[in-house]
Design a protein around this ligand. Structure first.
Ligand SMILES: Nc1ncnc2c1ncn2[C@@H]1O[C@H](COP(=O)(O)OP(=O)(O)O)[C@@H](O)[C@H]1O
Ligand SMILES: [Mg+2]
Length: 106
């Protein structure tokens, strides 16, 4: 079973296709670079796989779980490092750690 499975994924913003039927698989333990020019749909695809964004048609499975119907199980299966810093400047370092632990049920 691939750890990530994407088949003919389509996502539209106001009728415009941002992701135009992309398909790929990632095996467990594999390092996978997801590359493409600006506007290719990389961020949109990653947001779908992280269950932060819905999609119009196709299949998106992470760890065998459906990104649409089993978002909670997908979220339990993943870790995400954001491109930009997501720390809260109003909190201390300790409070930031506590907050993120809380979000992960630790
Ligand atoms: N929230 C949005 N609303 C409307 N169009 C968007 C939105 N986000 C991205 N797009 C469009 O979708 C396409 C794919 O964008 P994106 O997923 O950010 O590509 P990449 O990360 O590969 O640069 C682009 O044409 C972009 O302008
Ligand atoms: Mg991007």
């Amino acid at each position: 079973m691939p750890i990530i499975q994407v088949e003919n994924l389509i996502k539209k913003y106001n009728g415009n296709e941002a992701v135009k039927g992309v398909s790929f698989e990632v095996k467990e333990g594999e390092s996978f670079g997801f590359l493409g020019p600006n506007g290719a749909g990389k961020t949109t695809t990653i947001n779908i796989l992280c269950t932060l964004l819905g999609f119009d048609s196709g299949l998106a499975l992470v760890n065998g779980f459906d990104c649409k119907r089993e978002a909670h199980k997908v979220r339990q299966s993943i870790g995400l490092v954001f491109q930009e810093v997501t720390l809260d400047n109003e909190l201390t370092a300790y409070e930031n750690l506590k907050f993120h632990c809380y979000m992960y049920n630790m």
